[in-house]
Design a protein around this ligand. Sequence first.
Ligand SMILES: Nc1ncnc2c1ncn2[C@@H]1O[C@H](COP(=O)(O)OP(=O)(O)OP(=O)(O)O)[C@@H](O)[C@H]1O
Ligand SMILES: [Mg+2]
Length: 496
Amino acid sequence: MKNNNTNVILEIKEVSKAFPGVKALDRVSLEIMKGTIHGIVGENGAGKSTLMKILSGVYEKDSGEIIFDGKKIESITPAQSMKLGLSIIYQELNLVNTMSVGENIFLGRFGEMGGRKGVHSKARALLDSIGCKIDTKKEVSELSVSDKQMIEIAKALSFDSKLIIMDEPSSSLTSDEMKQLVQIIHDLKNKGISIIYITHKLDEIFDLCNSVTIMRDGKVIDTRKIDAISRNEMISMMVGRTIENEYPPRPNFVGETILEIKEINSKKLKDVSFNLKKGEILGFVGLVGAGRTEIARAIFGADKVQKTVLLDGKPVNINNPIDAINYGLAMVPEDRKIQGLLLQFAVDKNISLASLKKLTSYGFVNEIEEKKISERHIKSLSIKTPSIKTKIQMLSGGNQQKAILGRWLEIKPRILILDEPTKGIDVGAKYEIYMLMKKIVEDGSAIILISSELNEVLSMSNRVITICDGKITGEFDPTQAAADEILSKAFDFGCD
Ligand SMILES: Nc1ncnc2c1ncn2[C@@H]1O[C@H](COP(=O)(O)OP(=O)(O)OP(=O)(O)O)[C@@H](O)[C@H]1O
Ligand SMILES: [Mg+2]
């Protein structure tokens, strides 16, 4: 795409960046037009976040040229890049939890705002301009993820941003919050602001973006206008091969009941009872906040709730995750950054963590076995890492998640609870995860699958349970029921 330069807000020319053992960006060139929404897609580790971090001054490029708003940019700091009008909203949001909303928006600029009072009145005006009602005096720690995102957007607007980068903004949003974000993105665009939108949800690319750039292995494969590319083309460019189906054939081995859950009751959950069969994938469908994660945590003993659990027909007490693991349960939690990763530790330690008991004798870890385990999962899940000894925080977001998945797969649980297992994971790797799930149940285990991606639950599950407002509202055979019939039971109006 060659364009008249006055319409270009950002020009990236032949930018390269290497980390020890990885060429993260290889002569990347890209143009972003004024007032457009530009999507970027690519496999985990393709280099998307690295490129954005170079633009925002977190990393320095090794070579190449960046021209923003007509000016060449050389080694800038994050603060300078914001002043120039280039803002980035990281997936792992960047606010100070112990400060108020207003203070966060104008952090470091209280003087310019005329002190505390000025900070709050100006913050109010900014929030109003994006239709956000949050009290500017509220402490950020009390806000939901989506509210925090709104604060980041207000902060970007306070710098008069000409370009706002959003790195996987939608992964923790409810559908209502997503609608609000879409509205705000359109309003920003109408004000002439450009947006770079990174996501693994290809539907969002088609719904929102004017153009899309596909990256693979640190290179730009192509940039297209959105109406000049099909979903299949996009996927093949991302993964470098054609993928016939996004889902493997559904496993169909369902056996006798292994787990019975009776009447989980808690603040959030009401009389939740169901059973799980050997070889089954049982899907839970519900909105974010409906209580799906609470059910998972209740079964796993992570939260204290009232419940009766029968395993192979016998009552068992699962009062904490250790009990759960001893009974052959495993859970891959939704928020892996907080609940699962040891960021300072190497990839191999993160993978072997749940198997340490098996690997340890007389206080010593069998390192040869540990290495074998890590290597096997790195291969089977295609985890992109320079070595098994690389610190996990150096890996791309999606590859960190795959390592956690490997950790739980290794203990070969009888019952595996997966909470949003493919969040932030690219299409190619998703398929590999689906194949692994299929193998796990075919080997006689059972899976509870919680996912906000309806197609994923409907395509992989043998049975689907809908949850709304802490209650079970329906049970379906996904090969028989229509998707909207299932969805209506998961939405508010299906609750009663
Ligand atoms: N600080 C760092 N040190 C070493 N390697 C890094 C660092 N940051 C990123 N990398 C490596 O650079 C490559 C590109 O990573 P990047 O985070 O840009 O991928 P991504 O496209 O954003 O992937 P994802 O979709 O998983 O978020 C990966 O191989 C990653 O391991
Ligand atoms: Mg990333």
